[in-house]
Design a protein around this ligand. Sequence first.
Ligand code: AMP
Length: 191
Amino acid sequence: MINIVLFGKPGAGKGTQAEFLKEKYNLVHLSTGDIFRFNIKNDTELGKLAKTYMDKGDLVPDELTINMLQSEVDKNPNAAGFLFDGFPRTIAQAEALDSFLENKGQNITATVALEADDNILVARLLERGKTSGRPDDQDEEKIRNRYEEYSQKTAPLMNYYKNQGKFYAVDGIGTIAEVNDRLNLIFDKLV
Ligand code: AMP
């Protein structure tokens, strides 16, 4: 079983690349952002709670996010592996994921990052905001707050995974196909 964390700043292309990777490597794709948005659309209790944080560009509290992620993993008992997209985003989430997987006799195989410069990504998100309908993509201040959250809470995960010898990175700037080729080179070695 392979479990891969797709890592990167907002707008780096994780969701786009995950669509290709999940097919090619037969992985269940779990995007916490997508799951939260699904809950918001369906007006669930979880959705209402998450929305208050997401609309500001803040991270949703760890406990809520971790519980949700674990129940999504448990919904897929026959998965050949998982592609985690947008999770973990804090050290507490990474530790919870490690111990959750360990209890199942599994672990994280690797973390693969899509690297890109903030200024390119902010422009990309503002462009996406014109069609995505996402309130957190439409306002530069909220976008900058998402990067602030990333720098403070998520960036430390790079060292967390580097210390375990599990961190890989590719240049996230290029065409979708070019970035996909770079990712495939790494994934081929991992599976
Ligand atoms: P994304 O679609 O990955 O850009 O996530 C959109 C928003 O969902 C983030 O700005 C957070 O508010 C929330 N979110 C998604 N994943 C997480 C996570 N792992 N921890 C906390 N908040 C999250």
